[in-house]
Design a protein around this ligand. Sequence first.
Ligand code: TMP
Length: 393
Amino acid sequence: MSKIEFLSLGKQPITNNFLTEQNPEQEFFYNLNIVYDENTKVVSLANFVPPEKMFNETYAHRASMSITMQNANKKLSEDIKKEINPKSVLEIGSNDGVFLKNFSNILSIGVEPCKNLAKITTSMNIKTYDQFWSIELSKKILENHGKFELIYSANTISHIHDLSNALKAIEILLSDNGIFILEDPSLSEVIKNISYDQFYDEHAYVFSVLAIKNLLKETELEIFNIEKLSTHGGSNRVFIKKKKNNIKISANLNKAIDYELKIGIDKFETYQKFANKVENSKTETLKIFTKIKKKNLKIIGYGATYKSSTILNYCGLDTKYIEYFVDTTENKQGKFTPGTHIPIIKPNLEINPDVHFAFLGAWNFKNEIFNKEQNFINRGGKFITHVPYPQII
Ligand code: TMP
C-alpha cells in the first residue's frame, strides 16, 4: 500500500449543502481523512464523496462574488491576450463566466456540470456543456469545435477523482501548439500556513508541483512554467504544453520543485508534523473562542466559505460560539451552515454595532474585507483567524 493516512478531520458534511432548515432530519456525513501516496507524492482525501452530491443544480459558489477574483480574472485574460493570443479557449469548470466573459471575440466554450451555473453562462451567450469533464465529453467537443489553443481550469482539476481520465481528455482537445493553464491550491502553502481548511469534500487532491509533474509522466503533456498566486490562500498557476511543443522550460519549474523538496514535500514525516500542528491549531482556536464567550461577547462569522466548513466541524464551532454568518452570496443567505447549523444572513452596509468579533471564514479575502469593514475596526471590532496560527487581529 503506497497510500498512508496522516490526518483525520472527523465527520464532515457536504460543504455545498447549505441547509434550508436548521435541524434537518437527515444530513450526509463522511470521514474526512487525508492520505499521502509515497509513489506519486500525491496528497488526497482517503474517501472521495460522490460528485453528484457536490456538483449539482444547487451549487452555491459564485466566482464573481468577490472583487479580488473579478480583478484577478480580468488581469489574467489581458495577459493571455497579450502573450498567447489564442484563437480559441475552453474552460473546464466555467462557474458563472468570470473568466470566459473576457473572451467574447474568439471561440470560447465552457464546461460546467452544475446546471444552475451553466445556465448563467449560456444566458451570457457562452456555449456551455453542463456535464462532468471526461474523455467522452472531450471527444464530443472535439467533433463539434475542433482543438483549442488555450485550455484553462481553475480550482477544478483537483476536484476530479479520475485524474488519468481528466488529463487524457485535455490531451485530446489541446492543439499541438496549445497551452493548458491549471490553477489549484498549493500544498506547500497549506503546509506553511497550517491552512487545513483546504481539505474538504470537493478538494479531492491538494497538489504540489512535484505531484503534478509526476502525474503528467503518464501523458503527452509537461509543465513549462509556474507562477505563485495569492488568490484562494496560495495557489499554483501551472503552464502545461505538449511534450513535442518546443517552448522553453522556465527555471521557475525547478525553483518551485527545489523549494518543495526543501520543505520535505516528498517525506511522510513532513505530513506527520503537519498533522500535529493541525491538532494544536484546533486547541488554540477553541481557547480563543471559549475565552471570548466567557466574557459574554458576541462573535459572528464572516464569509460562509466551503473551506470554513472544515474548521467549524473539526473544531465543533456551532451556534454556541458563532451567532450567525454574514455572506454576500445570495443563495447562501437565509440558510444554515452544513453540519454546524449556524444561520447565514445578508451583510448590512457595516457589521452590526453589538458585534465584538468576526471569525474570518473567507480569510483568503482578508485585505478586501478589512478595507470594507474600516468602521468595525475603528470602533474596536476584531477579527479571528486560524491562519497561519489561531489569533485575534
Ligand atoms: P471562496 O473563498 O470559496 O471564494 O468564498 C468566498 C465567500 O465569502 C463567498 O461566499 C462570498 C463571501 N464573501 C463575503 O461574504 N464578503 C466579502 O467581502 C468577500 C470577499 C467574500
